[in-house]
Design a protein around this ligand. Sequence first.
Ligand code: PGA
Length: 247
Amino acid sequence: MRALIAGNWKMHGLAASASEIATLAAKMKDAAPTDADVLICPPATRVAAFTAKFSGSAIQFGGQDCHADPSGAHTGDISAEMFADAGAAFVIVGHSERRANFGEGGHNEGDADVRRKAEAVLRAGLTPIICVGESEAQRKAGAALEVVGAQLAGSLPETSDDFVIAYEPVWAIGTGLTPTLADIAEMHAFIRSKTRIDVRILYGGSVKPGNAQEILAIDDVNGALVGGASLKADDFYQIVMAGGGKQ
Ligand code: PGA
């Protein structure tokens, strides 16, 4: 299955950031057709402009979160239909920076909210990237599989299998720490046992050019969700190339 290398820009990116994407697109132009699918999820303010500007490239664009309703009195929120209207192909839902119980930055979203958002993304004709992952305390307590199992049971859509799952251990996000390759393999095999064979399961959490190859070589790792290293075209391109070797 073709790998998906997705960049989550979080709250980074202005109009001038188009230059990083232009550099990435130029590097990708000569890449073999077997290379990975490439997605960038910039701030919502840039989705329409980047989609239009890079329509001739192989780079797709997506949202980082959405509201579950198609429209309504929800000041400041953005619906999946609005992302579709802006040209997005995917929307990330359930990132740990939005889920409840993951620290002060959390937005109090539980599994049921994440499922509603994922179903909203499907309703809009886009593909949800549904994030799951345990905290450091949960891993240390030996509860990682149980926690992720419960998140999957509570957040995957019930109406369709057309989604991507991203396993992101919360303690590995932005810290430079990663689980052992054996722990990633164990978790991805576990997630695979709960999903269809052709659902892409991404790994996320401190993916860098230096570790992308070995992580992407693991069975049932079908791509990566990349935060910090997706902001620099040179770094992200190396991760894209590591994903291109995966078929
Ligand atoms: P990171 O973030 O690559 O900076 O660790 C990953 C994510 O939060 O999606």
